[in-house]
Design a protein around this ligand. Sequence first.
Ligand code: DGL
Length: 290
Amino acid sequence: METDSRSPIGIFDSGVGGLTVYRALHDRLPNERFIYLGDTARVPYGTKSLATVERYAIENSQFLASRGIKMLVVACNTASALALPKIREKIGIDVVGVIGPGGRKAVDLTRGRDPAKIGVIATEATISSNAYVEAIRRASNSAEVFQSACPLFVPLAEEGWTDEPETRSIAARYLAGIKEFSPDALVLGCTHYPILRDVIQQTVGEGVMLVDSGEATADEVARILSDRGLADLDARPGRRALCDDLDHFYVTDAAERFARVAERFLGTQPSKLEAIELTGRRLTLLGQVT
Ligand code: DGL
């Protein structure tokens, strides 16, 4: 499909967590339109195998490519860690994942420390892929890296338990190793973790710089669009609201729940939200929810 600077940017995630990346992109690129796909029927990806995550990621990417997007952002850290090369092989547009930008940002922020110490927290699949360690190594051969999986952070963020005693005690347990490592910077390597930013910061200590991979990705997307002459420069009156009807949201299941959690994450619900079924490249509309 022909695309140009006025075409939307595609974003996919395993579910609702990628809305933190949508928000970062929306803040950084207020003129752009977005199409978001949350694969809520098959979430979580963080506990699944390489072959399965690759298959899901390719189906999601092909669906978005068929909607005429000019660029694809893989908001899901797990899919970025495991499936980026396969996605790039299958679709003929620019693809940006969150791991490279997050890793590079951590290295940039810790330049001058000798040695720089970088912590990474993410899903089990992202941690065992070593994708962040490799991204950090590509940007610095001297940085020391320590990683830890924090799987329970995902449901806690979705429940909105951002300040509960249970969340604090789980954070203390998960982050004990990171604290002992005493990093200069800590990468929030999962879409959901920015929602728990305050509790994570308080647990590891105020001196640790937190790196939001979604924000780092938004900066890289802005740069790539401008380098390629693909930024949408058409002035739109005023600053667009998050989730207005220029942005289109798709989910593969449980649209009402997605809308509820979106309200929790963004303070608003998508104006345009549709439930779809992904069967290979075929799309069946299940109905418009809002
Ligand atoms: N979106 C996933 C990630 O960023 C977290 C949720 C999941 O396990 O699917 O890794």
